[in-house]
Design a protein around this ligand. Structure first.
Ligand code: CDP
Length: 144
């Protein structure tokens, strides 16, 4: 019998591609990244990440994207409940992740980074679609 629940079923159901974003924690702070592209999103702050590629798990995609975009090594921890539509064919998921090593630098897609303590959650202009995940990520951080 064909196994259900493989990556393509989970990650591409209804032809939706999952964008996985990372709530990266280090020393009691959450990493926020300001997008430099595309023009309609430039200047907005997000949880960094990107599309899950075929054959990848969301955790693998997150580790790869954070390495490519920020030059950091991370360990994904848990999925933040919920999913948020990004437009045709794209849906946003978020995972908490721990910084293992490296110093985050904006290598691709971003032009500024900030590490925010829970009381600084509103210090940047988050992209609307990221706000529920950011709120939950900050709740988790404040409870640690
Ligand atoms: O790098 P890749 O092409 O895989 O993905 P991306 O361009 O970083 O993200 C794909 C789409 O998801 C873009 O439209 C991003 O703006 C959006 N996105 C988002 O809304 N919030 C995030 N935290 C990450 C990505």
């Amino acid at each position: 019998m064909r196994a259900l629940g493989g990556p393509r079923v989970t990650l591409r159901r209804m032809n939706q591609t999952v964008v996985v974003a990372g709530a990266v924690y280090d020393r009691g702070r959450l990493l926020a990244a300001r997008r430099s592209a595309p023009p309609e999103l430039a200047g907005g702050w997000e949880l960094p990440g990107g599309k899950v590629e075929p054959g990848e798990s969301p955790q693998q995609a997150l580790v790869r994207e954070l390495r490519e975009e920020l030059g950091i090594e991370t360990e994904p921890l848990t999925r933040i409940a919920g999913e948020w539509p990004l437009g045709p064919g794209l849906v946003l998921h978020a995972w908490t992740a721990r910084l293992l090593h490296g110093e985050a630098r904006p290598l691709q897609d971003h032009d500024a980074l900030r590490w925010l303590a829970p009381e600084e959650a509103d210090a940047v202009d988050w992209l609307p679609q990221d706000r529920p995940a950011v709120a939950e990520a900050m709740r988790i951080l404040a409870a640690c």
